[in-house]
Design a protein around this ligand. Structure first.
Ligand code: FEO
Length: 171
């Protein structure tokens, strides 16, 4: 039995994933504005990943005969203090998303909904990667600082992030 409570919680998660997409697109816009196109490119791929997450939950609800209900997406911030601040914000946000995924998993367990548990195991693994990516960038930025040749070299590195289709794990 696919409970209403679990369906509602998954719909909330769809909204959270779309907000994540919007947040990273806002970060990409800020990074373009401060002339760091490589970092902006990296964030734009992050945006695509979040759309993929949202649609993975969307398709799951449909496959289980559930009802998708889309809600309004909050406006993200428009500016940050520095590149490092952008990635600190991204890490905080991913830690929050991890807590949401963990709560969903807890609910699926309480309801004895095994298929949802299996779906969420993919997301639990994904969140480890999401937090690691943001943290790796923070560690590098702390070493090189917010200005100078190191930042420009890192910008070129970030520009090499492959498109979503090349890095997406099998759904
Ligand atoms: Fe959808 Fe970045 O977690």
């Amino acid at each position: 039995m696919f409970s209403e409570k679990l369906q509602n919680a998954i719909n909330e998660q769809i909204n959270a994933e779309f907000y994540s997409a919007y947040l990273y697109l806002a970060m990409a816009a800020y990074l373009e504005d401060i002339n760091l196109p490589g970092f902006a490119h990296w964030m734009r791929i992050q945006y695509e990943e979040e759309l993929f997450h949202a649609l993975k939950f969307f398709d799951y609800l449909v496959d289980r005969g559930g009802r998708v209900v889309l809600k309004g997406i909050d406006a993200p911030p428009t500016a940050w203090d520095s590149v490092q601040h952008v990635f600190e914000n991204a890490l905080e946000h991913e830690q929050y998303v991890t807590s949401l995924i963990n709560q969903l998993y807890q609910l699926a367990k309480e309801e004895g909904d095994y298929p949802t548990e299996v779906l969420l195991q993919w997301f639990i693994t994904e969140q480890v990667e999401e937090e690691k990516n943001a943290d790796d960038a923070i560690q590098q930025l702390r070493m090189i600082g917010d200005f100078g040749p190191g930042l420009l070299a890192m910008d070129r590195e970030m520009a090499a992030r492959p498109p979503m289709s090349a890095e997406a794990p099998a759904a």
